[in-house]
Design a protein around this ligand. Sequence first.
Ligand code: SAT
Ligand code: MN
Length: 595
Amino acid sequence: MNITVKNVKLSNWIKEVADLCQPDNIHICNGSREEYDQMIETLLKSGIAIPLKTRPNSFLFRSDPSDVARVEDRTYISTSSKDEAGPTNNWIDPVELKKIMLDLYKGCMKGRTMYVIPFSMGPIGSPIAKIGIEISDSPYVVVNMHIMTRVSSRVLELLGTDGDFIPCLHSIGAPLAPGQKDSKWPCAPIEKKYISHFPEENLIWSYGSGYGGNALLGKKCLALRIASAMARREGWMAEHMLILRLTNPAGRQFHIAAAFPSACGKTNLAMMQPSIPGWKCECIGDDIAWMKIGPDGRLYAINPENGFFGVAPGTSYNTNPMAMDTLKENVIFTNCALTDDGDVWWEGMDGDEPKHAIDWKGRDWTPESTEEAAHANARFTAPASQCPVICKDWEKQEGVPIDIFIFGGRRTNVVPLVYEAYNWDHGVFLGATAASETTAANIGAVGNLRRDPFAMKPFCGYNMGDYFRHWIEMGKRLGNKAPKIFYVNWFRKSSEGKFLWPGFSDNSRVLKWICERVDGKANAKKTSIGLLPDEKNIDLNGLNISPENMKELMNINPDEWKAEIPDIEKHFATFGKRLPEELREQLKEFKERLR
Ligand code: SAT
Ligand code: MN
C-alpha cells in the first residue's frame, strides 16, 4: 500500500476485501492530476484508451458489446424483508445474496490492482456531503470517478480515525491467471452480474460490469439508491433531477429541479440556452439533486456530483451547444465512433457524416453500414466546471432554493406539452403515475411504455409506496413554501410520426409560462388533467410552428386519458397498503373529472 490508512473501519475493510479478492497490488488513490495522468498512461500503453488528436487530454474507450448500459434486471435492493424493497425493486435476502456474491468475489482480483478510491458526493467538508470509498479493480472506473466525484486524500484526512463512510465494493469479475492476456474490456457474463444495495447498512456491492451506473458507484448506487433510503430516514430528498437557474429579463431568479428518466434530455435541459430574448439559463446539475429544508422553511438543492456522464448521440451545437463546448478537452468518451482524423463522432453530431470511421465495436464503418457508428448509449464523462454556463453558485454549500418541480418523460401521444398540478398532492399523483417510453440507458427493449414514478423506478432504494408517502409528508412540512409542480412532454408526435414541438432552446418558452405561473402573472385553464396554458399564453414569438401543431400539442383527448386509468389502477394496486390514502383520493378525483 502506498499510504497508511488511519481510519480503523477503512483499514479493516481494505484488509478484509484484499483477503477476499486477492489482488496482486493495492493502490490508495489521492485524486491528484499526476495519478490521473499515470492511470491514463497505463491505459494507453495497453491500448485500452485511445487518444484523440483533436481534443487535448481526451480519450476514447470501447466497452465489451455486452456491457453497454445499466442492468436493471441484475440490480438488487437487499433489505431484510422483501416488502421493504417493494414491488419496483428486485430483491434477494441479504444473507443469501451475500453468500452468492462472496463466492464470486473470492479471488476475483487475481492478477489485478485493487484501487481504493476515497470520494465525496458534494463539496468536500460540506455538511450535506457524503463520503464514500469505492474499492475497484478497474482503472477505467478510477479515471471516471476522478471526473464524476471529488476524489481526494483530503477525504481520508476528513475521516480521521473514526469517521464513517459508505463502503462501495466493485469488481469487474474477471481475474487473470498467471500469464493470461487481458482483454480490452474485461467483465463477467450477464448471469454473474450483480449490482447490490444493502440500504439498512449503507453498503454497496457491485460485481461483473465496468459500465456507467453499474460501476461508478458514487452515482446511481450511492447518490440515489442508498441516499434515497437515508433521505427518508432523515427527512430530506435524494432525487433523479437536474437543477437549473433561470433568470427573467427583470433579473428575478427561478430555481428548477426536473425529473426525467435516463436518456430523456436532462442534460440538454440543464444547459439549455433560451431562444426567447432576455432570459438566461445556468446549469447547477444534470442528473441528481439532494434537497433539504433550510432555516427559512424553503427546499434547498445541491448537485452531489462533480461531472456529467451524458448521452453522446444526438448531442450537437444545434441541440446542446453548451455541452459541445464542455467536451473540448479533458473528456472520457465511451462507445463513440472514431474518425480518421482522430476525433470522436456520433449520430446526430453537427456537420456531414464521416465518409469512414471506426465504429464503437472497433470495425470499419461507412454511411452505408447498416449499424450505428456510436452505440445509442455512448457517453461522455466531463468535468462540470468546464461547462460554459455552470452557475457560479453550483458548489454553494447551502444549495439553491427550489421554486419549481417538473416531471416528464417520453410520450409519443396522449400527454400535452405542459400542464400544472392543482396542488402538492396532485403533483405527487403526477409524479407517481409518470410513464415514459424506455431508452437505451438500460439493457433491454427500447420504446416500451412503462410507469417510471418520479423517474426513480430504477433508483429508489426502498419501497416505492413509502417513497410516495415521503413526498406527501415533505409537502406537509413545506406548506405554502413548497415548490409548484408541473408536468411536461417534449416528445409528442403528429399522426405522421413527426415531433410536434421543436424542443431544446425553445423549451424556454414553456419554462417562461411556468415561471409566470409561479409569479401569478400567467393564465391557466382548468382541465381534467390539471391547469393548462391557453395556446396564446405560451410565447411563440419568432417560432415557426403552425396553429394546428400547437393545437395537437395541447390537445387532451378524454378517451385516451380514460384508457390510462386501468394501467394506473394496476400500478397503484402493486403498492397495496403502502399506497398513501392521498394518492387513492387523487385517482378518485381524477376519474370524476374525466367523467
Ligand atoms: O449509466 S448511468 O446509470 O450512469 C446513466 C443513466 O442511466 O442515467
Ligand atoms: Mn440519470
